[in-house]
Design a binder for this molecule. Structure first.
Ligand SMILES: Cc1cc2nc3c(=O)[nH]c(=O)nc-3n(C[C@H](O)[C@H](O)[C@H](O)COP(=O)(O)OP(=O)(O)OC[C@H]3O[C@@H](n4cnc5c(N)ncnc54)[C@H](O)[C@@H]3O)c2cc1C
Length: 568
């Protein structure tokens, strides 16, 4: 019997554990247990990869000085050389590849690695020659050829952080206020770091990058957008640009995208290219754009960033601006060189269901600028600031003609759903997650028992339960619907007490409940992420803990049980 039984663990917990197992036989036993048990493909891949790695090590494979390159793919070679720091060893690998399969892509990988260790032979200040894509790769079809924005924008001027302020039924949605508050905080710091201090350093000279502070620009689009000017100013905007038209009562992809991109390109040198000549903006495009990661905001952000020929970091939960030292040859021009890029928006986003975070950077490359640096933001990621109705902003009523062809969808009738489950008004929400997996029906029953023990309580679910293919008995099946999902793509609740049983606490779930007054987590894993935002963490099996809580509530003893749990 191996020390670790994989069937007792979630995949996210298993990764680090498997890495520590150095015995291939033990891993094979683990594989067998998994196959007999849950038989999860990603878990089997994890174990098999580890076995393969150990066997390769035993066979002396992977030793760059002796490995048989002809048995390896170019990707394998690239991975191998990445870990080698000795240029002489790499020269040996290069020679063997040349004498063997002589693959140009493998040779480039090895040479790049040698260069990055030894530094490039090329003149450090050498200009990277610009060859337009259609000349460089004449054999390729270039779908972006006709887009003059794709290449040739280098050293243009970019300024300001633009925030798309989404509305619903004429009201600003909360995430718009959150983004304005965050943008205010970021640009205040930006101005301190890059404008004031650089201006001081240059003795107050007013060039394009110093002297003039950069702004938070609120973009409003809708049928009554001007009504919200005062509010977005109160939440942090320095400049409000709005476009109003009766046809914009509801979000529609084409007109909203056209309006935002037209605003972005207006003014400056671009006016002569057919874009509006405006006084309020004299730069090429926004430096940064921020959109909400809502249903409509996700669509709009992708379309706008695509139209502006830049990238998008979607579903972010953290933003900050910093310089970044980059050594990627695609970005700096020569392998082995390093370059510090200034004023880079660092966009943090949860990956692998919130278990890992990536930080996405949108970095220029030689002969190509990437602006705006764009992000969409998960609602609930930032605090809503206190509005300041004394603030003042410049206001622009942005005029542009809207093409009738952009309005392909006509909303002839609409209805607001009145049914469904509203979890927001409850004193208590008892939410269960995939921890119910051993007996899903029982798990729901126990949660409902606890719900019944309170006066104003209801049942919530993690998305994990909705997307799992648990077979529920019919009497609880009615409770397992998306309407009860708590989180980013579900409901946001703020009850007095939120009980999270068998929920790991992924960011997407957290944003739906972390404003609750008291959060009680029940989890077999005392280090589950949910711990970070809970007031009480009960380490235990929900199938045992939930009935005890129910008894305690019915007996009016919840406080005592919590005290006991927190002392454990
Ligand atoms: C774009 C996007 C949007 C999303 N929106 C949402 C959303 O709105 N809401 C949401 O919830 N998720 C959302 N997710 C999914 C989210 O990332 C997580 O995958 C999900 O929240 C995990 O659900 P879980 O915590 O129930 O399951 P898991 O992550 O599998 O966690 C189960 C937990 O139960 C514990 N456990 C196991 N057995 C027991 C037991 N017997 N007793 C007690 N504890 C036990 C485990 O230790 C583990 O911590 C979204 C993901 C994406 C990519």
């Amino acid at each position: 019997m191996p020390e670790i039984d994989p069937t007792e663990y979630e995949i996210a917990e298993l990764g680090p554990k498997i890495k520590d197992v150095d015995d291939a036989d033990e891993l094979r036993e683990m594989l067998e247990l998994e196959e007999e048990g849950e038989d999860r493909a990603p878990v089997k891949t994890l174990i098999e990869d580890r076995i393969e790695k150990l066997e390769a090590e035993d066979d002396g494979e992977g030793d760059p000085e002796s490995v048989d390159l002809s048995e390896m793919t170019v990707a394998d070679i690239a991975n191998m050389v990445r870990d080698v720091d000795d240029a002489a060893v790499l020269e040996g690998v290069l020679e063997r590849e040349r004498e063997g399969k002589d693959r140009s892509s493998a040779i480039t990988q090895i040479e790049n690695r040698i260069e990055s260790i030894e530094g490039s032979d090329e003149d450090e200040d050498a200009e990277v020659e610009y060859v337009p894509p259609e000349e460089k790769y004449p054999e390729l079809d270039h779908p972006t050829n006709d887009k003059k924005w794709v290449e040739g924008t280098v050293g243009e001027e970019y300024r300001d952080m633009w925030v798309y302020c989404e509305t619903q039924a004429g009201e600003l949605v909360d995430v718009s206020k959150e983004m304005l508050g965050k943008a205010r905080e970021l640009m205040d710091q930006y101005n301190e770091d890059y404008v004031v201090s650089e201006s001081e350093a240059s003795g107050g000279s007013e060039d394009s990058s110093s002297g003039e502070e950069e702004r938070v620009v609120a973009v409003l689009i809708g049928d009554e957008a001007s009504d919200l000017v005062e509010e977005v100013t109160a939440y942090g905007a320095d400049l409000v640009v709005y476009h109003e038209d009766d046809r914009l009562e509801r979000f529609q992809h084409t007109p909203y995208t056209e309006i935002f991109t037209d605003m972005s390109r207006a003014g400056g040198d671009l006016a002569s290219e057919g874009h509006e000549d405006v006084e309020w903006k004299d730069y090429h495009e926004p430096r940064y754009t921020v959109f909400p990661a809502t249903n409509n905001g996700r669509d709009l952000s992708a379309l706008v960033q695509g139209a502006l020929d830049s990238g998008l970091a979607s579903d972010c939960s953290g933003l900050y601006i910093e310089n970044a030292m980059i050594s990627n040859p695609a970005k700096v021009g020569n392998a082995g060189d390093k370059k510090e890029f200034e004023r880079v928006l660092h966009m943090k986003r949860p990956d692998f269901s919130g278990f890992e975070y990536s930080t996405i950077l949108c970095i220029d490359k030689p002969n190509r600028d990437f602006h705006p640096q764009g992000a969409s933001v998960i609602p609930g990621s930032f605090e809503i600031p206190e509005p300041d109705y004394e603030r003042e902003a410049e206001v622009v009523d942005y005029e542009m003609a809207l093409d009738d062809d952009w309005f392909q969808v006509e909303v002839t009738e609409f209805d607001r759903l009145t049914g469904g489950v509203d979890l927001t008004g409850n004193d208590v929400v008892v939410a269960v997650g995939r921890g119910i997996g051993d007996d899903p029906t029982k798990g729901i029953e126990l949660a409902l028992d606890l719900v019944d023990a309170f006066d104003h309580a209801d049942l919530g679910l993690s998305r994990g339960v909705i997307t799992s293919s648990y077979a529920f008995d019919s009497h609880v099946e009615q409770y397992v619907t998306e309407e009860r999902q708590i989180g980013e793509s579900g409901q946001v609740v703020e009850p007095d007490v939120y009980i999270a049983a068998g929920i790991s606490g992924a960011i997407q779930h957290k944003v739906g409940c972390d404003e609750s007054d008291t959060i009680i987590a029940i989890n077999t894993n005392p280090d589950a992420d949910v711990r970070d935002f809970s007031n009480y963490m009960i380490e235990g099996d929900l199938f045992e803990v939930l009935p005890r809580l129910t008894e305690a509530v019915e007996a009016g003893e919840l406080g005592a049980v919590m005290q006991e749990a927190s002392d454990d």
